[in-house]
Write a protein that binds this ligand. Structure first.
Ligand SMILES: [Fe+2]
Length: 481
């Protein structure tokens, strides 16, 4: 809702304050440059967090110049315990060791070093700039001692400001902070949804959503179970009967192979609907992936951020019985028969995680591009195996109609090109007209790592496998709305 308004309006804030985090955030994410007036700011500071409530007025730039809108934004900024410095020194052999030793002898670890020639040179003296991030806070004894020694050695020091990026989870438990805002079934279902007018269906969905929302990442395998009704099982059986024979003919080898494991070890069967709990336990064992139940739509950023931690957000409700072979939104048939099976393949799970890692702290524009890549691979990907076109995308696998269409000679097939698919248009309501044909999952993983490395982000991310958390190498501030 808020994003829509941002793109539709120019904001004018009272009391110009360009250093205000919200101003920076809006400039960074929305390219809104003329932020001049903020009407009301209430800020509560704690040690590491600044929680702010902003209320401000805006005026429309397009249709109605005099109209005034009021918004309330809950936000917080979070700063890393790091210091960013610019060190300038004469460019001589051994300069790197010279300052690195000073930090080391004072017990200050460096997380990031980048050098470039200084902008201003003379014939006699050439200097070099080192951009350095330290794992220490400004004002701490160790860092202050190191800075003093550096100054004594004639090294010039500038303290740099933190870059501000959109908030992102740093560990799995932070995922508890996302996916909590869920619309009720009445709000979720649009008027063209098959269950829109079915009060019983809407009530049932709300019941399942309430159960899903009991889940807590602190007990990640303890997924609440759903007792599915006979009516829901009938929908499952109807789709199973259509899809499974098509899988045998057209799904990629990895899907077929893992489907056998899901039947034997997870309990996939025509007769009963599997539980997220069992899928998650199996995937945890196979590829350290988990399925987290969620009650409704997540933003693209939240969903992709989850993948960074090998967490797939899954619904627990099923489509409406009136049209069992169609759903306008993800449901358990799409999540289980479309998505879950391939997450047992390590290269595929790695590929998905790389998309997620690239999305952490990325600009809205880059998140959208990564969303496109997700769409044309994980949702609607095709591949070539033994000279035949095969399917691995969940959006295709969960639609009998699209399975037949995708392997016909009607759609347009493109060679696998992440840069092209990042900007390629698609429809979320119709069958796809274009597909990208993938190489192996291992090759896709290499390509998406390269794509992620080339994104313009002011920090790098490392995934700590032991603790399921990410570590970053630069001093940044995150901002959450
Ligand atoms: Fe999906």
């Amino acid at each position: 809702m808020l994003r829509k308004n941002f793109s539709n309006f120019n904001f004018n804030f009272y009391n110009q304050n360009k250093n205000n985090p919200i101003s920076k955030y809006l400039r960074y994410n929305y390219n809104i440059k003329n932020i001049t007036n903020i009407t009301k700011i209430k800020i509560n500071k704690t040690n590491k967090f600044t929680k702010s409530t902003f209320a401000f007025s805006s005026s429309s730039s397009s249709k109605d110049q005099n109209r005034s809108e009021h918004f309330q934004i809950q936000s917080h900024t979070q700063t890393e315990d790091k210091a960013s410095l610019l060190l300038t020194m004469e460019n001589k052999a051994g300069v790197l060791a010279k300052f690195a030793n000073i930090f080391a002898s004072n017990g200050v670890n460096l997380s990031y070093i980048n050098s470039r020639p200084s902008k201003f040179l003379t014939k006699e003296k050439r200097c070099v700039d080192f951009y350095v991030d330290c794992e220490a806070t400004l004002g701490s004894n160790n860092l202050e001692k190191a800075l003093e020694e550096l100054k004594e050695k004639g090294i010039s020091i500038d303290v740099l400001n933190s870059e501000i990026v959109p908030w992102f989870p740093k560990n799995k438990l932070d995922l508890n902070e996302i996916g909590r805002v869920v619309l009720s079934a009445g709000e979720q279902l649009s008027s063209d949804h098959p269950g829109f007018k079915d009060e019983v269906y809407r009530k049932r969905r709300e019941e399942i959503v309430t159960i899903s929302n009991q889940y807590d990442m602190r007990d990640e395998l303890n997924v609440p179970t759903i007792t599915y009704t006979e009516e829901e099982k009938l929908v499952w059986k109807t789709v199973w009967d259509k899809l499974i024979p098509l899988f045998k003919k057209h799904a990629c080898e990895e899907v077929k192979e893992n489907m056998d494991h899901f039947i034997k070890e997870v309990g996939f069967t025509r007769e009963d609907i599997p539980q997220v709990k069992d899928i998650s336990a199996y995937l945890k064992k196979e590829t350290n992936t988990i399925f987290r139940p969620v009650g409704g739509f997540l933003s693209q950023r939240e969903f992709l951020n989850g993948l960074a931690f090998r967490v797939f957000h899954s619904t627990q409700y099923i489509r409406h019985k009136s049209v069992p072979l169609y759903t306008p939104e993800p449901d358990i048939i799409h999540e289980f028969l479309g998505h879950s099976i391939l997450f047992a393949n390590k290269d595929f799970a790695d590929f998905s995680q790389e998309i997620g890692l690239a999305s952490l702290g990325a600009s809205d524009e880059d998140v959208e591009k990564l969303g496109n890549i997700y769409w044309f691979t994980i949702e609607f990907g095709l591949c070539q195996q033994n000279g035949e076109t095969k399917i691995y995308g969940a959006g295709i696998l969960s639609s009998p109609k699209e399975i037949e269409w995708s392997i016909s000679d009607k759609p347009k097939l493109h060679p696998f090109d992440l840069n092209k698919m990042a900007k390629f248009p698609y429809s979320i309501t119709d069958i796809q007209t274009d597909y990208f044909v993938a190489p192996s999952f291992a090759e896709m993983k290499k390509l998406v790592i390269k794509y992620g490395d080339e994104l313009k982000k002011p920090f790098n991310v490392s995934y700590n496998i032991s603790d399921d958390c990410v570590e970053i190498d630069r001093k940044i501030k995150t901002f959450k709305i």
